[in-house]
Design a protein around this ligand. Structure first.
Ligand SMILES: [Zn+2]
Length: 324
């Protein structure tokens, strides 16, 4: 898979440009709160600053995270009304929906159905941050129950309703048990965790909504993934104000343990690290990766991508856990 297929460069760069302006409009003058490592709580070490956001790294578990972070209300405002959020929810999604369906959502639906076969969890899938309902449509091919979406954005929520899915139009943190059906459930969330203002609060609330035996399957960026480590502050994935938390296969287990979840599996099934490095060759600081992307054959690139993915060092991470 190529980065261009799911993130056409011109559209993605325009989105990043709007987002950069928005960091000033929505965050320059707001109050900030100081936080420790979102995984283990230790004080972080300053690594770099980007668009007015300071990124720190945890010396113990290597989580990369924004500290201090603007108060939660600034993010709510940003996500509901900013130009870059609107661009993301309309132009970006519209232009990329069908290629993302093929390249991202079909494989994800297959992976999640395999997880459900292996670990149980029932036939009701709850998609937290369901976006355009593409995953819900694709998982329906594998799982008999109708998926339910938790989607706070009014535009996205109405798109999903028009597709015939039940929608709880709230942030997960505001959902109550009565909003969801009884019985076994599989909660999923994709590319949401890196955005969370308070991952601990999210996990605590989710745990309260889950019954014993329910699964939570999520994907997020790993801060120890190859392209992120090699590009670091120049990585387009390190994009404030969106991406605040970069857990990794090690630190996410610390987080889950703290909130009582039973870790079942953590993998990095990413496909793009090497392609992202090739596309950003001029920004690579490390001599090994610079030489690699300049000289390696297509076959070498593919072998290394597979190796990164299977050994846990890709930047796309999938976590499977259960409420015991
Ligand atoms: Zn830590």
């Amino acid at each position: 898979m190529k980065e261009e297929e799911i993130r056409p460069q011109a559209i993605f760069d325009e989105y990043l440009r709007l987002a950069k302006d928005d960091t000033i409009t929505y965050f320059a003058d707001v109050e900030n709160v100081s936080v420790g490592c979102p995984a283990c709580g230790k004080a972080g070490v300053v690594s770099f600053e980007k668009s007015g956001f300071r990124y720190e790294i945890c010396p113990d578990c290597r989580t990369l995270y924004v500290n201090p972070r603007p108060v939660a209300s600034a993010f709510s405002r940003y996500y509901t009304e900013s130009p870059s959020s609107k661009y993301w929810a309309t132009t970006f999604y519209r232009e990329t929906a069908e290629s993302r369906r093929e390249k991202l959502w079909k494989p994800k639906a297959l992976m999640v159905s395999d997880v459900i076969k292996k670990y149980g969890g029932g036939n009701v899938v709850i998609d937290v941050g369901g976006g355009y309902g593409l995953f819900a449509e694709e998982i329906s091919a594998f799982i008999p129950g109708t998926p339910i979406l938790i989607e706070p954005g009014p535009h996205l929520a109405s798109v999903c309703r028009d597709k015939g899915f039940p929608v709880v139009e709230k942030f997960l943190e505001d959902v109550i048990a009565a909003d969801l059906p009884k019985g076994p459930k599989v909660f999923v969330s994709f590319e949401l965790f890196e955005h969370l203002h308070d991952p601990g609060r999210f996990m605590r609330h989710l745990y309260g909504l889950m019954s014993s035996g329910d699964l939570f399957v999520f994907t997020t960026l790993s801060g120890t993934g190859a392209d992120i480590l090699a590009l670091w502050e120049d990585s387009k994935s390190v994009s404030p104000p969106h991406h605040l938390n970069f857990f990794n296969p090690h630190s996410v287990q610390i987080l889950l343990g703290q909130y009582g979840f039973e870790m079942l599996d953590v993998t990095t099934p990413g496909k793009l690290d090497i392609d992202i490095l090739v596309n950003n060759r001029a920004l690579i600081k490390d001599r090994f990766w610079d030489a690699f992307v300049t000289l390696a054959s297509d076959a070498d690139r593919q072998r290394w991508q597979e190796w990164l993915a299977t050994s846990g060092w890709s930047s796309h991470m999938m976590v499977v856990c259960r409420k015991p």
